[in-house]
Write a protein that binds this ligand. Sequence first.
Ligand code: SF4
Length: 459
Amino acid sequence: MKFVFKSFGCQMNKLDTALVTSALTEAGFDLTENVKEANVVLINTCSVRRHAEQRVLSHLGHLKHIKRARPDLVVAVIGCMAQRLGDKLLEHEAVNIVCGPAQIPQIPGLLTGAIEQKKKKLAITGKIRRPTPNAQADALERFESAADSSDKQIPGQAFVRVMRGCDKFCTYCIVPYVRGPEVSRPPEAIISQIKNLANEGIKQVTLLGQAVNSYEYKTGEKTYSLADLLAMVSNVEGIEWVKFVTNYPAEKFLDDILQVMADSPKVCPYLHIPVQSGSDKILRAMNRRYTASEYLGLLDRARDIVPDIAIAGDFIVGFPGETKEDFQATVELLHKAKYRNCFIFKYSPRPGTTADKRLEDNIPADVKQRRNVELLAEQEKISDELSRSFLDKEVTVLVEGPSKKPHLDSADNAGNPQLIGRTATDYIVVFNGPTLLAGDFAKVKITKTSPLTLFGQLI
Ligand code: SF4
């Protein structure tokens, strides 16, 4: 039996895709890129933006036609959109299985059942904000720890989930309603998984959580924070770099985390900490529990404790009620924050969220677009200036492999292809070198820069 996997969305989803792929391979299925030879199509979906859901629906429309000619083809929709839409999605002509994020350990069994019995199957959580039942939590933990979660796409690197769900309830966000309450994984399970990864040759792990700095695990008298966990991961032999995403700008634990970053050369000096808006009025409407000046205070402290830190952010433009003045406050915050890069999104209402229920999506599309372009242009100038500071300097990168886009002349005199690597501060570096460097560290002298990419020569 062969399966095709199409994955949308964030790093959490990519990790789920890797875990399910690994479980299916273990169960005797083979991964293919070609729908024509596949018996099963899996789609891992995202509900965070309307556009991501539209892409899934258009993909399902295409599969509906293929299934008319090949009725035995099994289509499984998993992930956040599966949890959000449940049986409505199961009614789609193309769909055989709808499976939420908490039910992914069931996928091999669900697929076998659907292939044999030709029946539609729904596996989602009924009351998503209730604590996860023990049996389900145990199944998820076993699935997570047992699967070989080294991401084969990026040699030498792996992503490890340290917590599931979110309790922050930002008014625009669907995550708390599709991924459920925050649950932190036991530190010993995480460390044992990371030791296994290190034995497989993994050098960098990225710890994942929706608000990863909220990680908190109580056992007996002891409460483990993310700072404790980072210190423990740094002690795993073979692991050289530790990154963690994404952070919520809360006071809680942040100083401790930054102190571990300053003290341990293995904890990379990179902090992704979304702000979303520079206007206190909009932050309140988003239920982000800080003001713009408190957020900037956190960045100042981060730079005091870790002077070489690189900071990245996220913004949403065109949130309901965002006036010209609110947007101006966002532009000003962006200038003060001096991000090394940031991700900018146009607001789109997500059904089921508080913002969708209570606030009118009253910023016209062309205004959202203009604000998006303006903010991007401002950030580009800042990123460009920061990138230029690397000219003629040497950087250490973890090599990911051949670059997909041609950036430089395709090969050097020795016939080496273009490789791509990342610094500890998450800069992308393009240089010529032998492909066998993939998964290893290399030193590169920077000879050219652009706002988001550094170019150089292998030393
Ligand atoms: S912190 Fe806010 S934006 Fe992030 S996942 Fe939780 S609710 Fe969504």
